[in-house]
Design a protein around this ligand. Sequence first.
Ligand SMILES: [Zn+2]
Length: 416
Amino acid sequence: MKKILNLQCVSCGKEYKTGDLDYLCASCGGTLEINYDYKLIKKRFDYDVLERNHTYDMWRYTDLLPVDDNDGIPPLKVGWTPLYEAKALAAKLGISKLFIKDEGRNPTGSIKDRGSAVAVARALELKAKVITDASSGNASDSLACLTAGTNLKTVIFAPANTPQAKLAQLYVYGASVIRMRDDYDAAFELCRQASQKYGWYNRAAGINPYGREGKKTCAFEICEQLQWEAPDKVIAAAGDGTIISGMWKGFTDFSKLGIIEKMPQMIAVQAEGSAAIKNAFDAGAAQAGSVKAETIADSISVNRPRDSALALQAIKESGGGALTVTDGEIISAIAEFAQVSGVFAEPGGAAPYAALKKLAAQGKIKKDESVALVIGGNGLKDISGVLKAVHIPDALLTPSLDDVARLAGVETGEEQ
Ligand SMILES: [Zn+2]
């Protein structure tokens, strides 16, 4: 691929050619970053080209993706999700401009479809027979979906906390699922070893630089949807950290190509019980250590984040920050956010809204700043948490017509 200069280790700087390896640095085990030849790309890619392009999905940015095409993967609409302006909510929080990027609108209901799409395209280019992943659901679901109708077999390592709906998706799409009684980190490790032993293509977040590249299309879209401008702040949830690192790469790509001028601040939101990246940010560390993750938000429940080096770099370079929210704050945020915005987020998806409320209350959002919330996944993917926030009565009724308005809590003005 001419558009790619090299793959470079974030830790030791060692450079590799495309095809040398697809995972971690062979010398030091560091994360690899894909470097592009922006001079070459600039010759054929700019906003005029995009404005003439009527393919409204993530593949409109193929010039900036590490694959030559998406031939062979199902023609599903991944990306080009809506960016809503939430005026009433912004006014309520005292913010001048608030945008909601609803990633729950992707084929399997999560932002992970973007990373999986690039990983599947890459695996097909390499003529792999099996693609594998470990995840509590979203990344695995998207892999199972995007290999539909291809010759790729999908093998998924599912940790014990995988929600029912996410498991259902895996089985519906016909993935081979290895259900484990262990946590995400154990599933991740077994997946890595199996990939090494059997030569399966490993999509796992944080170690596969191709997957991260897919996430950056979310940043491209936000800029395009805001008429070639980045918001002042982007607030997104962080488990392994790939949404933060991937989106930052997207804003950086557009800045290097001269498509945007201003860069946003990246704000990472973690669950209080799974805060390895936030802890590392506070300590000024270059990499996150380990925690014993415990949170209701399965999609961001991670002991040792695999993409922490680049995520921390993104937060620092952008002048952003990291904060935590409690499970209680996440649960109440789901229903509250749905009722003010119409968007039903899964626990990990609602975390950015819980964080925004905190930041706004602390006066950390300036009056004239614009903010984009990245809602990573649809609420229907995990309803166990939200059922704690809403009350569904057990009793079934046979109401008379006269009782209906009272039962519905609607004032009619009629005397009872
Ligand atoms: Zn290295």
